[in-house]
Design a protein around this ligand. Structure first.
Ligand SMILES: Cc1cc2nc3c(=O)[nH]c(=O)nc-3n(C[C@H](O)[C@H](O)[C@H](O)COP(=O)(O)OP(=O)(O)OC[C@H]3O[C@@H](n4cnc5c(N)ncnc54)[C@H](O)[C@@H]3O)c2cc1C
Length: 439
């Protein structure tokens, strides 16, 4: 193995592997280091991989088995203790590749993507000089005269012109190089808990009206998170569902609730219990996730000899429509790799050149969406959104769908009565103004 690489990538998650694919295709010599036994071994996601960048990395991906199902059916459910009021959208517009979203199980998906990267390395001019190395923990970014020059893993040191940190949300190396404050307030992080629940494939497909590889995503707000800031999700895989909660860390602590207890309550809700009846829990996992608040991002995504991609850079958006972290990781990994290629052509890996990565990120949908929907991110912190609003929607639904052989009020009357029971008009007007600005 040569001592010095063009680039060292820390982290074989989505961001790191996406960058590696672009570098391999451009014949750039790189070393990717992943601490897990294999790529994906340590990774957790809901997870729907949104967007079209996967088709850019692996054009034939839809013919392969890296992903679980493509998404053509989406549901958003408001819950109280007994009811669920759902907005449901299904369309055959979403049936053709490249799909707008695919469900993935990370242990399988990341390992598959790593195989594709290895194939790209093997086909490159530097087949013997680029490596995917697993089961190695990077402990330190080596600095010389204020610039990153390599990494240390145990006693071993490896050097490169540029180090790409794609280490995920627990960004200890990003902190070490001084780009992220050592202390990140609990407001800016959430915890995700998830179970993979296995089914006989026919049962799963009948229960969720799935055909071939089509899939359903369902997000839940209200009772799902037991009064704690956050929400729930259920995503269909080939022969299982991923069911989980994403919960605000600070609110969990203040309310003294435990994520796993909340997950059990969510599973026991009559509507969810019917969805998972007869399934067998195959796997349980928990992971920290950022909340998409720009104030929690590192102060910069580049410095002399270093770039930061994916969730290590705080690139995640949860504005109510979907959690987007994997697609941002993919796009930022691609943009970081393109910046490395351009820097290599110029022979300059200083911050002055690497700052082009920031510009590329700002010009991409990643930073544009993060900026456009910051108000929506803040709106989701409002207790109204995970308490009174879902409750009044369910209350209204219950009245609207009840037929009890008595005079029926008009829908407007029912709605006003439900509002009165759960909130005030003034609260709703304030929320409406914020929502109008946010969306
Ligand atoms: C419960 C939950 C649900 C989610 N749902 C969704 C969803 O539905 N859709 C979506 O788009 N996003 C979702 N996300 C967010 C998404 O999972 C992340 O945004 C995404 O995984 C970030 O990708 P990444 O490559 O930046 O980091 P990661 O995927 O976390 O990869 C980082 C990699 O770096 C490795 N690593 C870290 N430190 C070191 C080190 N020092 N040395 C060597 N290796 C190291 C890790 O082992 C890991 O493999 C969810 C997250 C959670 C927790």
């Amino acid at each position: 193995m040569d001592e010095k690489f063009d680039c060292i990538i820390v982290g074989g998650g989505i961001a790191g592997l996406s960058a590696a694919m672009i570098l391999a295709r451009a014949n750039v010599r790189f070393l990717l280091i992943e601490r897990g036994e294999f790529c994906g071994a340590k990774n957790v996601s809901g997870g729907v991989l949104w967007g079209r960048d996967l088709a850019r990395l692996v054009p034939e991906y839809h013919e392969e088995d890296g992903f679980e199902r493509f998404v053509n059916h989406r549901r958003l459910t408001f819950m109280d203790a007994q009811s669920a009021f759902t907005i449901d959208f299904k369309s055959s517009h979403f049936d053709a590749p490249p799909y707008s979203g695919v469900t993935v199980l990370r242990a399988r998906f990341d390992a598959w993507l790593a195989e594709k990267v290895q194939a790209a390395i093997d086909a490159s001019d530097v087949a013997d000089e680029s490596f995917l190395a697993t089961n190695i923990l990077v402990e330190e970014v080596l600095m010389e005269d204020g610039r990153a020059v390599g990494i240390r893993a145990g006693e071993e040191k490896f050097y490169a012109d540029v180090v790409l940190l794609a280490e995920g949300v627990n960004n200890l190396l990003t902190r070490q190089v001084g780009l992220q404050a050592d202390y990140v307030p609990a407001d800016y992080v959430a915890v995700g808990v998830k179970e993979v629940i296995g089914f006989d494939r026919n049962v799963l497909e009948d229960r969720f009206q799935l055909r071939g590889r089509s899939g359903l995503t369902n997000e839940f707000v209200g009772y799902a998170s037991g009064g704690v800031e956050g929400g729930g999700f259920l995503y269909t895989n080939t022969e299982s569902v991923s069911l989980g909660l994403v919960l605000g860390m600070k609110d969990l602590r203040e309310k003294g609730r435990k994520p796993y207890d909340l997950l059990n309550e969510f599973k026991a809700h009559p509507v969810v219990a019917d969805m998972i009846r007869g399934g067998e829990v195959l796997e349980y996992s928990a992971h920290v996730v950022s909340v998409g608040d720009l104030r929690g991002m590192p102060r910069e995504v580049y410095a002399d000899g270093v770039l930061i991609a994916g969730e290590a850079a705080g690139l995640l958006l949860n504005a109510g429509r979907a959690i987007q972290g994997m697609d941002y990781a993919m796009r930022s990994g691609i943009l970081a790799a393109e910046t490395v290629i351009a820097a290599r052509e110029r022979g300059d890996f200083s911050a002055a050149t690497l700052k082009n990565y920031r510009t590329a990120l700002e010009n991409s949908y990643v930073m544009k969406d993060l900026r456009t929907f910051q108000d929506a991110v803040h709106l989701l912190h409002s207790p109204m959104m995970f308490g009174p609003v879902p409750e009044l929607i369910c209350d209204f639904g219950r009245q609207f769908f009840t037929v009890d052989s008595a005079p029926t009020p008009r829908a407007g009357q029912m709605l006003r009565a439900a509002i009165k029971r759960h909130a005030s008009y003034w609260d709703l007007i304030k929320l409406g103004i914020k929502a109008a600005r946010a969306l």
